[in-house]
Write a new protein. Structure first.
Length: 337
């Protein structure tokens, strides 16, 4: 009798345990990693200091950063210097006092913000640099490898303009701001290739200050002085619309092979499709925005002090020509918002 009673009691306990387990399963199981991830984002502040808002690169990155901030519940702000390095310097100085959790910095050149970035890290502010580096290495850099871009641009020019290949071996290089990372590192990549091809003649190398009209004027003069110009390398597609216009106005679109680079927006791709750009090296703003957001989340979650560990990632490049220009390789701002 006692044995039967124990058996009945054990059975009832097992049934109860089963019911409890079933109820627990029906309600699901909290994922502690998800909870920790979302908790780490709450009440944090991220501030973006671009070169300027109002153009494809910065608007694209900002759209993606804003979406993630809204999704994960942290604050996202923009301090827009509007192309003024002085204004950018003052913005960063102010932020060092305000102490946001993280700053995303788009450097005008390799030196102007270098000291301030060190001060910000010393104050405990984590920093991601986007697409344009400073001499100061911070928690993270995400963006183009400008040396690689320069090498690929020069390789394309050599293919078209080396001895016996084009109308001449003459090429022109249009830079942006001589002290910017996009200039100093890209020129290094360009000359690493051109130095191996001594027949190539660089007949002009001038700074446009990212101004399309100045780029157009420079190229118009170069073509007057060197009507047999074979190729041209530009630093940025927005400025190089001016270079392309001068080449077209001179009736030399079929002669001068123009290489440029940019974020892969639909306007740049249209310029490839209509023959203004012969090679467009895209560093893919949507991909950069995804990588940027990943770094922001990683750093906000990390308990490591600002500047303790440093990382960088040079994103893949896409070489766009008339043969592969399509919607897959290009993007529109509305698609990112």
């Amino acid at each position: 009798m006692k044995t039967a009673l124990r058996t009945m009691t054990l059975t009832a306990a097992m049934v109860a345990a089963g019911l409890t387990c079933s109820v627990a399963q029906d309600k699901g199981l909290e994922n502690p990693r998800s909870t920790a991830f979302h908790s780490a984002m709450q009440d944090k502040t991220v501030v973006f200091v671009p070169l300027s808002m109002g153009f494809d690169l910065t608007e694209g990155w900002a759209a993606q950063m804003r979406k993630q901030a809204d999704r994960l519940g942290y604050s996202f702000e923009i301090r827009d210097p509007a192309w003024s390095t002085d204004a950018g310097t003052k913005a960063i100085q102010s932020l060092i006092s305000e102490k946001p959790d993280l700053m995303v910095i788009h450097n005008p050149d390799i030196q102007s913000y270098a000291r301030l970035l060190k001060q910000a890290q010393a104050a405990g502010i984590k920093i991601v640099q986007i697409n344009l580096e400073s001499n100061t290495t911070t928690d993270s850099y995400v963006g183009a490898d400008w040396t690689e871009i320069g090498q690929k641009a020069a390789e394309a020019i050599v293919e078209k303009c080396d001895a016996g290949k084009g109308v001449s071996t003459k090429v022109a290089i249009d830079t942006g701001v001589p002290t910017a990372a996009s200039d100093v590192f890209q020129l290094d990549g360009i000359y690493k290739v051109l130095n191996q091809h001594p027949d190539i003649q660089v007949v002009s190398q001038q700074a446009t200050e990212y101004n399309p009209e100045k780029a157009r004027s420079i190229m118009a003069t170069v073509l007057q002085q060197h009507p047999d110009l074979c190729g041209a390398i530009g630093i940025w597609d927005n400025q190089d619309t001016g270079t392309a216009s001068a080449i077209k106005e001179a009736g030399k679109s079929d002669q001068v092979f123009l290489v440029t680079s940019g974020g892969g927006n639909e306007v740049g791709c249209e310029n490839v499709a209509n023959g203004l750009f012969n090679l467009y090296i895209s560093y893919n703003v949507p991909l950069q925005g995804d990588l940027l957001n990943q770094e922001i989340a990683r750093l906000l979650m990390s308990d490591s002090p600002a500047g303790e560990t440093k990382s960088m990632y040079f994103n893949p490049l896409t070489l766009i020509t008339k043969d592969n220009v399509n919607q897959r390789n290009c993007w529109a701002l509305d698609d990112l918002k």
